[in-house]
Ligand binder design. Structure first.
Ligand code: G6P
Ligand code: MN
Length: 443
């Protein structure tokens, strides 16, 4: 097997060390010759890179490792860029989450006004990665899971239509793992039919490798427990955080709205926005939880590894939730024809939705890229929701391109999470104030 050179864009992310360990563990299926980190924040990246240099040296010394903030050094001789950047970092995530709450509107990293604010910051940052890749390694693939993936995907479709970028999200994978836990099966033995937008979709069919329908058993569980485990027992590390467990439980109510399908957890922000706003502490949001939790734990462990010069006893765990990224890279490198959910141009796959929408649907992945599967027509409930949300996302990208205040105001107004144009304007004016460093100046 030809060995690969991988660049992780977002070297300083709290997820990077786990992804490195996962890549090392999976190198029999996806062999590496080089592993590089790229970030614009040198200090932050150094914390993670110093630890990862030791991890690589101890566990896979054949891999050449480097971390850099220099685009040429980073993007030269690369086969895959795995991008999980956060434009503005966690401090700006905190603002995205808190500003809408001033007006009683939910604040969320990828949904509603917060997600649109983040989108306006992410668009130029991800486009920059594409341009560096095309300049220094034009044959490489950019596997993007930077958020907000929906808006980023629409921006790349509109601004860089011929680029070799594939947008993907781990949420359906994580949810499928909870299906597997509920059913007592392996997630890789479950075949899915799913459609929607990123963080905005529905499963229509789930079956095992013999073609047996798994939906009835799952629905029975979901009616009572959502996607959480029965009772208190909980093996899923994601659900160790109270806020994620609440989200998985709330699926019970999201499911009740359309019992024909099983929903993505993120639909709670659209279907129960009042409930979410009422149950969020405006002073302490998920960004605070992440900064006080995962960021502290991961960074202090990275510093300890660097101090001790060894990672033999590390508590850092391989990011199993990120294995999908290896499956995607492997399919592109070795032609495995893996079936995966990707965020791709609709192009008729959902026949009664805008062909230019970026939809999340099953695709077959091979050396030549991806081939989407046909979904057909979808019911009015989903169609209505999707069309409203697609319009929001397209308006954000148009607002970015045209530097248009009017279009961004329309985008916020159209979001199902915002009650009126008046509230949308108040939120927008505050977001502009706080995003001056990142957004283009709007006319
Ligand atoms: C899931 C979503 C990601 C999102 C993340 C937030 O993995 O798919 O798009 O960024 O959750 O998790 P966090 O623990 O940072 O709140
Ligand atoms: Mn996601």
């Amino acid at each position: 097997m030809k060995k690969n050179s991988v660049l992780i864009a977002g070297g300083g992310s709290t997820y990077t060390a786990g992804i490195v360990m996962m890549l090392i563990e999976n190198r029999d299926q996806f062999p590496l010759r080089k592993l590089k980190f790229y970030d614009i924040d040198e200090q932050r990246q150094k914390i993670v890179a110093d630890a990862c240099a030791i991890i690589v040296r101890e566990r896979a010394p054949e891999i050449e490792f480097a971390a850099t903030c220099d685009p040429e050094e980073a993007f030269t001789d690369v086969d895959f860029v795995m991008a999980h950047i956060r434009a503005g970092g966690l401090p700006m995530r905190e603002k995205d989450e808190k500003i809408p709450m001033r007006y009683g509107v939910l604040g969320q990293e990828t949904c509603g006004p917060g997600g649109m604010a983040y989108g306006m910051r992410s668009i130029p940052a991800v486009i920059q990665l594409i341009d560096y890749m095309e300049q220094y390694s034009p044959k490489a693939w950019l596997l993007n899971y930077s958020n907000p993936a929906s808006i980023v995907a629409e921006a790349t479709r509109a601004l860089r239509p011929d680029s070799k970028i594939i947008n993907i999200c781990d949420m359906p994978v994580a949810i499928k793992k909870s299906f597997a836990d509920i059913l007592g099966m392996k997630d890789t033995d479950i075949v899915e039919r799913y459609y929607g937008l990123n963080h905005f979709g529905w499963w229509t069919e789930l079956y095992d490798k013999d073609g047996n329908d798994l939906m009835p058993r799952l629905k029975n569980h979901v009616k009572k427990w959502g996607y959480g485990p029965a009772g208190d027992a909980c093996g899923n590390p994601l659900l160790a955080d109270r806020s994620w467990l609440d989200t998985f439980r709330k699926v019970k109510d999201v499911y009740a709205v359309d019992p024909d399908t099983l929903p993505n957890t993120y639909l709670k922000y659209y279907l129960y926005s009042d409930y979410v706003a009422a149950h969020t502490n405006p002073e302490y949001t998920r960004a605070n939880e992440v900064m006080d939790g995962r960021e502290k734990t991961v960074f202090s462990e990275c510093r300890r590894i660097a101090r001790n010069g060894t990672a033999k006893d590390t508590s850092l765990e391989s990011g199993e939730h990120a294995e999908f990224i290896v499956r995607l890279a492997r399919a592109l490198a070795y032609n495995t024809y893996e079936r995966m959910l990707l965020i791709v141009p609709n192009n008729g796959a959902i026949s009664n939705v805008d062909p230019t929408a970026m939809v999340e649907i099953p695709c077959i992945v091979s050396k030549r890229g991806y081939e989407p599967l046909c979904i057909g027509t979808i019911p009015n409930f989903q169609k209505g929701m999707i069309e409203q949300q697609v319009a929001c996302e397209k308006l954000v990208v148009e607002a970015y391109r045209e530097k248009s205040y009017q279009k961004l105001w329309q985008a916020l107004t159209l979001s199902k999470t915002v009650p009126s144009a008046g509230v949308a304007k108040q939120i927008l004016d505050d977001l502009i104030e706080e995003n001056r460093e990142y957004w283009p100046e709007l006319k």
